[in-house]
Ligand binder design. Structure first.
Ligand code: 7TS
Length: 426
C-alpha cells in the first residue's frame, strides 16, 4: 500500500534519480596537476589509487594557504594567526563529522592514518578490557594494520585471535562468522572494502550480530570512504578508521571515529601537550574529547588539507562518481578476463574500485615493471595482506585500482600494456 510516508520516500527517490548530475571524469582529471605530467612521453594511467590517491589543486592550495597565511600552532595562542589556524583546523573536524555522519564533533579524533587509529583502539580500548581467554574476531581479508595490532594486544593479555575465512570468490563466509562470534568475543575488526580484492563487506549485518553478542565493532574504512557512502550511525559501528591520503587528501592525517561513551571510557593513547587539563607531578587530569587522544602538535596542515579534500568530493555528484568507478571496474574486468592466462582474484558480488589478477607464468612484479614502461602504474605484491595471499595460494597479485579521475583511456592503456606482457612471455 502506498502510504503518505512511503509516497514521500518514493518521490524523493524519483527526484533524486532525475536530478542526478552527470560526472565528467576527464574534466575532473584536470583538477589533479600531477596527471598532466607525462611518463616516457605518455599520459600517466594512474591505477594505484588503493595505495594512495592523487591530490586535487584545492587540497594543495589549502595546505599552501595554511603555510603562507595562517601558519601557527593550534589551541594555545591568543594571537591572530593561532586563532586562524585553530579555526581552520577545527572546521575540518566538522567537515569530517558531517562526511561520516557522526552526531558529535567530539567523536572525531585526528590520527596519522588508519594504522594509528586501529592501534589507538587496540591499546586504549582493548588492552585494558581483554581478559585471558577473551576473543578478538577479525577476517582473513584484513590488511596487516587490522591484524598485527590485535596480535600484539592478544599476546599481551592472553586473549585469542580468531579469523573468519573467505570464500573462493573473496566473500566473507558468513556462516563461519556467526559460528565464530561467541560469548567470549569482545571485539570484531572488519575491513569495509578489501584493498586486495575489492570486496564490500556487509558491515551493517556484522555490526548487528556482534552487538547482539555484546561485542564492539571496529571498521577499517581505508578503502571505503573514497568509493562508497559511509554513515557511521547507519552502520552502527563503534569505531571507524580511515586515512586522508586514500581520499584525495594529504598523507600523515587520518581519522578515528568512535562512539562518544566508548571514547569517554578509554584512557589516553599517548601523553603530552594538548591532551591535558592540568599537570602536577602528583596528578594529571586529561582534556575532554577529542583532545584527550590528540597528544602533541597535530598535523595541522594535513587536517586542513583533508577538510579541503572532503569539500572537493562533496562538490561532485557522488552517486555519478560511484557509477563511473563501477563502470570502469566492470569494463576492466571484462577486458582483462579475455586475456589468455589471466585470472581475476576477487569476484565477490559486491565490489568496488579494485581489480586484482594474476597472469599464468608471469610474476606480478614483472607485470608491474613492464607496464610501467608504458606509463601504466599499478601495484604488485602481497598488498599488506599476506594471510589472504596464502589463502589463495599466491605470493602476490597485480592490482589495478580506480579513482574518480580514471577514464576508459586508462583501462585501454592497461589492457594494451598487458597484451604486450603476454607477447613478451609467450
Ligand atoms: N587498511 C586498509 C584496508 C588499507 O588498504 C590500508 C593501506 C591500511 C589499512 C593502512 O592505511 P595507512 O594509511 O595507515 O597506511 N593500504 C595500502 C595498499 O593497499 N597499498 O598501499 C597501502
Amino acid at each position: 500500500m502506498l502510504t503518505a510516508g512511503n509516497a514521500l520516500e518514493l518521490r524523493a527517490q524519483v527526484e533524486n534519480e532525475s536530478c542526478e548530475r552527470a560526472f565528467d571524469a576527464s574534466r575532473a582529471r584536470l583538477d589533479f596537476p600531477i596527471l598532466r605530467h607525462r611518463i616516457r612521453g605518455r599520459e600517466i594511467a594512474y591505477l594505484d589509487n588503493a595505495a594512495t590517491t592523487q591530490k586535487p589543486q584545492a587540497v594543495i592550495d589549502a595546505e599552501m594557504s595554511f603555510y603562507t597565511s595562517e601558519c601557527s600552532n593550534v589551541h594555545r595562542g591568543v594571537h591572530t594567526l593561532s586563532q586562524r589556524a585553530t579555526a581552520s583546523f577545527e572546521s575540518s573536524r566538522d567537515v569530517v563529522r558531517d562526511f561520516v555522519g557522526a552526531s558529535d564533533r567530539k567523536e572525531i579524533i585526528f590520527t596519522r592514518g588508519t594504522t594509528e587509529a586501529i592501534n589507538l583502539v587496540a591499546q586504549s580500548f582493548a588492552r585494558p578490557r581483554l581478559q585471558p581467554g577473551d576473543e578478538v574476531l577479525i577476517t582473513e581479508m584484513e590488511h596487516h594494520s587490522d591484524i598485527v595490532p590485535w596480535q600484539l594486544v592478544c599476546q599481551e593479555r592472553g586473549a585469542v585471535l580468531r579469523v573468519v575465512p573467505v570464500t573462493d570468490s573473496g566473500e566473507l563466509e558468513l556462516e563461519a562468522f556467526h559460528r565464530l562470534l561467541g560469548p567470549r568475543t569482545r571485539l570484531v575488526g572488519i575491513v569495509h572494502v578489501s584493498n586486495a580484492l575489492g570486496t564490500i563487506n556487509p558491515v551493517r549485518d556484522v555490526v548487528r550480530a556482534a552487538h547482539d553478542r555484546g561485542a564492539v565493532v571496529l571498521v577499517d574504512g581505508a578503502q571505503a570512504v573514497a568509493h562508497i557512502p559511509v554513515d557511521v550511525q547507519e552502520l552502527g559501528c563503534d569505531f571507524y578508521a580511515f586515512s586522508g591520503h586514500k581520499l584525495y587528501g594529504p598523507t600523515g592525517i587520518g581519522v578515528l571515529y568512535g562512539k562518544r561513551e566508548l571514547l569517554e571510557s578509554m584512557p589516553p593513547y599517548q601523553g603530552g601537550g594538548d591532551m591535558i587539563l592540568s599537570v602536577t607531578f602528583a596528578k594529571t587530569t586529561y582534556n575532554e574529547l577529542p583532545y584527550k587522544f590528540e597528544a602533541g602538535t597535530p598535523n595541522i596542515a594535513g587536517a586542513i588539507g583533508l577538510g579541503a579534500a572532503i569539500r572537493y568530493l562533496g562538490a561532485l555528484p557522488f552517486t555519478a562518481v560511484m557509477r563511473h568507478e563501477d563502470e570502469l571496474l566492470r569494463m576492466a574486468t571484462e577486458a582483462l578476463s579475455s586475456l589468455p592466462g589471466l585470472r581475476v582474484i576477487g569476484t565477490a558480488r559486491r565490489k568496488t574500485a579494485v581489480l586484482s589478477f594474476v597472469l599464468e607464468g608471469v610474476h606480478p612484479h614483472d607485470i608491474g615493471t613492464i607496464i610501467d614502461l608504458e606509463g601504466v602504474a599499478i601495484r604488485t605484491g602481497h598488498h599488506c595482506a599476506q594471510p589472504l595471499m596464502e589463502r589463495f595460494g599466491l605470493p602476490a597479485t597485480a592490482r589495478a585500482s580506480f579513482g574518480l579521475y580514471n577514464t576508459i583511456s586508462d583501462v585501454e592503456a592497461l589492457y594494451q600494456a598487458l597484451q604486450h606482457v603476454e607477447e613478451i612471455f609467450r
